[in-house]
Write a protein that binds this ligand. Structure first.
Ligand SMILES: [Fe+2]
Ligand SMILES: [Fe+2]
Length: 193
């Protein structure tokens, strides 16, 4: 299916700050490169990358209502963590406003912050693209960029190894999906040793 890229990009421009707009384009670009590398659907990767943060600048109270109605499960633990709302809210927005019906794209948007056990290739690509987009300049960004193209499972595990303690350090609530993702990708790594 072809999506109307121009319409989505102009909606993003209206909804996001310049900085987050650039981030979204960069994530879409990274997602396409990962999809090409791994033989996955580049169009879906581009669209999911574009829209993943589309709700991030809406007030949390509105994000929460959208998240609860995303139709892709939203847990009470997530409801305790406002920074996580934008992902399920984004899936809701993509479905109801942008008319995106592809469940894989919607799940990729929904899972991009917290992950889950057994993500689809597209979900994994968006999870990683968000961490390796061009403007990211955290300490190990280049290492993560290399790893994302070498071994998706390992890259996700590495990201979760950083993410879990970070959530705890910030005294934020830890969604079970992230813990389950960690166990899932750790088990995969151990099986491949
Ligand atoms: Fe996000
Ligand atoms: Fe993002």
């Amino acid at each position: 299916m072809r999506y109307n890229r121009e319409d989505i990009i102009s909606t993003l421009k209206l909804r996001l700050s310049k900085k987050r707009f650039t981030h979204s384009l960069n994530v879409a670009d990274a997602a396409v490169r990962l999809a090409r590398h791994y033989g996955e659907d580049e169009e879906k990767a581009y669209i999911a990358g574009l829209v993943h943060d589309i709700c991030k600048e809406i007030p949390h109270s509105e994000q929460l209502v959208m998240a609860r109605n995303c139709g892709l499960s939203f847990t009470e633990t997530e409801a305790l963590a406002p920074p996580l709302y934008h992902a399920p809210a984004g899936a809701y927005y993509a479905r109801t406003v942008l008319g995106i019906t592809d469940e894989d794209i919607l799940m990729a948007v929904r899972c991009h912050t917290i992950g889950r056990a057994g993500m689809s290739p597209l979900e994994e690509i968006i999870f990683l693209a968000d961490l390796i987009s061009e403007e990211r300049d955290y300490k190990d960004a280049d290492k993560m960029r290399r790893l994302a193209f070498e071994n998706r499972d390992k890259a996700i595990l590495e990201a979760l190894r950083f993410q879990l303690p970070d959530v705890m350090r910030k005294q934020s609530f830890l969604p079970m999906q992230t813990v389950e993702a960690y166990n899932f990708y750790l088990q995969k790594e151990k099986e491949n040793q």
